[in-house]
Write a new protein. Structure first.
Length: 564
């Protein structure tokens, strides 16, 4: 409890005191934010990040002009400090470009060779032409095949700076010619250094091939390593592209490990490198045996085309099935929304062959028929509709009853002597009313007709095949039961197909009947008027089974009072 003087102070200076409290809170927040150097740095860091982000969105061009000199300076410095690393990183990309250029050069060479062959008239020239026509291969390819066969002997990885042999694909005893690999590595490094220094000190003019005896070394280099393939014979056109791809892939995998090579590798790295080198050498030799032919895409292309056709076919038929189902759902919804049709059995079915909607059922009068035609034409204007509708006889009994009441009122005013004549007229009128009343179907008859024509269908378990259509049917059934005599009850009978065991089929049929009974109870039909029964696979409608089987259904039966 505050003291009196504090209460007076609060009354006189309430606004000032509140302002002081607010200032104290703000000062506390400011102290928390910039009270010391770490807190200040944290606050400024968040502000700078937000400012840079907002500037990048709202004033991108000015921010780019301000930041560009600093970014460019940093990039130039990093390039100068890490030139070797950048060369190793970029070489796989540039190597692929070189491979493409090599491939184009060889294709141009083949075309030029064919043109030169066309200009010759020697006997060998005509033999080659006849062989080309007979085998379907180019003359240039046959001429190149006339050279000695191309064979691999070894694959070497050499450290470029020191000339040390890092690894080789084959053991010494496996090579075709026993050579000193360490000596080869040192000599290669010396020869390449001499060639570069003597022929023009340009790192782009690297030595690519080196011949000795009957063998030849095909070389690929990066700042860290030299890859040398020892081969014998005339290299086919596609070999250069295959070697370039092998070298680029090897640099991507082992460039980081070999960049700092100091004469030895860890046992694990050395073992993994040798295994990888042998695998690559085996793949290159396999490609040589296959004449470096690329993978054929005819099979996958044909399979893809067939798959596209099948997908298109199934997709079209699936779309048609969905479209036909949607048309039937739209038609039943339009029927359910038409008030004059409530309680009358009207069904709509689409013929998939003619795409015509067939509507069947009973209606009370011609006005209801006109309302049905109008509702369907508005809901489905593009669908042709055929009606097979029976109109019940028109009997306005209520009007006749009103006329009888009027006649009874007038009888009181008639004189005694006219009563006999009036009685005769009333007798004739009653005789006419009897057949009219008999001609009008009762609510029980309407209910009997509806349950004999309708059912609710399921797909898997208790899942409704068409929930919207099922709800429309159940609403109509609840309306008919509401108008029928209270003594009538409804038997909800569940069925299944023969896919499961008898016990399973009985259980699922009972579950379907109970679910439909709950839905009817939710529509206002008392549970006391509902009986649920499961009859498993009895009374099949067709021989089919599965989610589309008509046997997975719930039917209805009217239970009369005398049935107990």
């Amino acid at each position: 409890m505050r003291k009196p003087e504090e209460e007076i102070k609060r009354l006189l200076l309430e606004a000032e005191l509140d302002l002081l409290e607010e200032l104290k809170d703000r000062c506390g927040q400011l102290e928390t934010r910039v009270g010391d150097s770490p807190a200040l740095r944290q606050s400024v860091r968040a502000v700078i990040l937000d400012v840079l982000r907002d500037a990048g969105v709202e004033d991108h061009d000015r921010l780019a002009k301000v930041m560009a000199p600093l970014v460019l300076t940093s990039m130039r410095e990093e390039i100068r400090n890490s030139s070797d690393m950048m060369v190793d990183a970029l070489y796989p990309i540039t190597g692929r470009l070189v491979a493409a250029a090599v491939g184009n050069a060889f294709r141009e060479m083949m075309e030029t060779l064919n043109e030169k062959l066309d200009e010759g008239f020697s006997l060998e020239r005509w033999k080659t032409r006849l062989r080309a026509k007979a085998t379907g291969r180019s003359e240039a390819e046959l001429q190149l095949q006339g050279n000695p066969p191309f064979e691999f002997q070894d694959l070497l990885i050499i450290h470029r700076q020191t000339g040390l042999l890092i690894a080789r694909a084959r053991n010494v005893e496996e090579t075709l010619e026993g050579i000193d690999s360490e000596l080869v590595g040192g000599m290669l490094t010396a020869i390449m250094t001499f060639t570069r220094d003597a022929m023009g000190n340009s790192s782009s003019d690297e030595l690519r091939t080196l011949s000795f005896g009957t063998s030849e070394l095909f070389l690929r280099t990066s700042p860290a390593i030299i890859l040398a393939v020892q081969a014998k014979g005339s290299a086919p056109a596609a070999f250069e592209a295959a070697l370039e791809a092998l070298f680029c892939s090897f640099v991507e995998t082992w460039g980081d490990v070999l960049r700092g090579y100091d004469g030895a590798l860890d046992n694990a790295d050395r073992k993994a490198l040798i295994e990888d080198l042998q695998r690559r050498f085996g793949a290159l030799d396999e490609a040589r045996r296959n004449k470096f032919r690329g993978r054929s895409y005819k099979g996958p292309a044909v399979a893809g085309l067939v798959a596209v056709i099948l997908v298109g076919w199934f997709g079209y038929h699936g779309y048609q099935a969905w479209r036909f189902s949607d048309i039937e759902i739209t038609a039943h919804d339009a029927i359910a929304r038409t008030a004059v049709l409530q309680g009358y059995p009207v069904n709509a079915r689409l013929d998939p062959d003619t795409e015509r909607l067939h509507v069947t059922g009973f209606l009370p009068d011609e006005a209801a028929r006109a309302g049905l035609v109008r509702a369907l034409s508005e809901a489905l204007p593009e669908i042709e509709t055929a009606f097979t509708i029976a109109v019940l006889p028109t009997t306005d009994v209520s009007g006749l009853r009103q006329a009888l009441e009027t006649v009874d009122q007038r009888l009181a005013d008639l004189q005694e002597e006219e009563l006999t004549r009036v009685d005769d007229r009333l007798s004739i009128l009653d005789d006419r009313l009897v057949p009219l009343e008999l001609a009008r179907p009762s609510e029980t008859d309407r209910l009997q007709v509806w349950v004999s024509r309708e059912a609710v269908f399921f797909s898997a378990g208790t899942t409704l095949r068409n929930p919207d259509r099922a709800q429309a049917k159940l609403r109509a059934l609840a309306g008919l039961m509401g108008r029928a005599p209270a003594a009538l009850r409804l038997r909800v009978v569940g069925y299944s197909d023969s896919a499961g065991s008898p016990a399973q089929n009985l259980r699922v049929s009972q579950d379907r009947a109970r679910d439909i009974s709950r839905l009817l109870s939710g529509l206002g039909l008392p549970e006391s008027r509902l009986l649920t029964v499961g009859r498993a696979a009895e009374r099949p409608l067709s021989s089919s089974s599965g989610v589309d089987s008509e046997n997975r259904r719930v039917e209805f039966e009217v239970v009369l009072p005398d049935e107990g």
